[in-house]
Design a protein around this ligand. Structure first.
Ligand code: SF4
Length: 359
């Protein structure tokens, strides 16, 4: 089996953007300036797997390799993969027949899988296994004729994929405020599931209100909000208790990154901002601020965080303390379609070697 650890990597670590060093001033503040760096932060196992899947597909099949939607919600990652020959499309009908297409970490509905198959595309499914788990739950509860209240954000790709598994059984619940308007066929057969990247606290509030309305509401068999989302929220909560300002590195369409800003504000930070790149940090954010918290969403390469730390160091925040609340060592194997082709390639090479030895 192909291991992720020995997979050669395209260097997504350091951003290829013009240097902006020395842009921020080292203004005096009351107290010692310092950075509290949240851990865990950055890449989760599902993102790592999806990015490596595109890299390996490019290496094995050659460019172009098509990717439906952004492979992960980070503009830097997408731009770097485009440079290597990935072409990002919105729908499978934009892809030439017979080409290779990678489905993103956020997952796809069966309708998309079927459309790709009808078009004769070679699909590599990089859906995060923790998203696939929620899909399976949706299929199972629909088969048992439950009404599924899916807590998630309308229009998010993951929600579209999960809802697409059982469209006749799923009702979307966007927020706690939606709850009074939810109607169900049979209040005795209702279950809630959720998007993997939500705020844990807000989701629990939504569930509390749903249960007030539907006392027989069933819980999912296990947490749908994934370990990476939960761990990053726990870490930033701790940081936010001591940081006056929190900077979250992540893209605007990254649900878990946006949630980190909200969680920081709800847990003590006086201000919290999301940036894609260090060049977006504004001087006025730092006015009078002694302690800055830093974290990054699950789709963010560590190089982007390093750039932020370097710019903060220029502004006098060179003292960095890591605030670690959990260890992460989860890894997923590559998508099975890719593993099979990579394995075939290795076997061919081995056979070729034997033949020439025999010949
Ligand atoms: S955030 Fe969670 S569900 Fe999404 S890709 Fe990462 S591990 Fe998977």
């Amino acid at each position: 089996m192909t291991s992720l650890t020995d997979a050669p990597r395209i260097d997504l670590g350091m951003p290829r953007i013009p240097s902006v060093r020395g842009r921020l001033k080292n203004n005096p503040v009351d107290g010692a300036k310092r950075v509290l760096l949240a851990a865990p932060r950055g890449y989760c196992a599902g993102v790592d797997r999806a990015v490596i899947a595109v890299e390996k597909a490019l290496e094995h099949y050659g460019a172009p390799v098509y990717v439906r939607k952004q492979i992960v919600h980070n503009i830097h990652v997408v731009t770097e993969l485009e440079k290597q020959g990935a072409i990002f499309v919105d729908e499978v009908d934009e892809v030439p027949e017979g080409a290779h297409i990678v489905f993103s970490a956020h997952g796809v509905s069966p309708a998309v899988v079927n459309a790709a198959s009808d078009r004769g595309l070679h699909a590599i499914d990089a859906t995060c296994p923790l998203v696939t788990k929620v899909h399976r739950e949706a299929v199972r509860f629909a088969r048992d004729d439950f009404e599924i209240l899916l807590i998630g954000h309308e229009g998010h790709e993951e929600v579209e994929g999960t809802a697409g598994e059982a469209p006749d059984h799923v009702t979307l619940v966007n927020s706690p405020d939606d709850v009074p308007n939810i109607e169900v066929r049979d209040p005795d057969k209702v279950v809630w599931l959720s998007q993997t990247t939500l705020s844990v606290d807000e989701t629990m509030e939504t569930v509390r209100r749903l249960r007030e309305r539907f006392p027989k509401l069933q819980d999912p068999p296990s947490d749908d909000i994934c370990y990476a989302t939960q761990n990053r929220q726990v870490a930033i909560k701790k940081v936010a208790q001591e940081a006056e300002l929190v900077i979250v590195v992540g893209s605007a369409n990254s649900s878990n990154s946006v949630r980190l800003v909200e969680v920081a504000l709800e847990n003590g930070a006086k201000a919290a901002y999301r940036v894609d790149y260090s060049s977006e940090i504004r001087q006025e954010w730092l006015d009078g601020v002694a302690s800055v918290g830093v974290t990054s969403g699950a789709s963010v390469p560590e190089g982007l965080v390093k750039e932020v730390l370097q710019e903060l160091a220029d502004a006098g925040y060179a003292d960095v303390a890591e605030v670690k609340t959990a260890e992460e060592d989860l890894m997923f194997s590559l998508p099975k379609e890719l593993r099979k082709d990579l394995q075939g390639n290795r076997e061919e090479r081995a056979l070729g070697g034997r033949r020439s030895a025999e010949g």
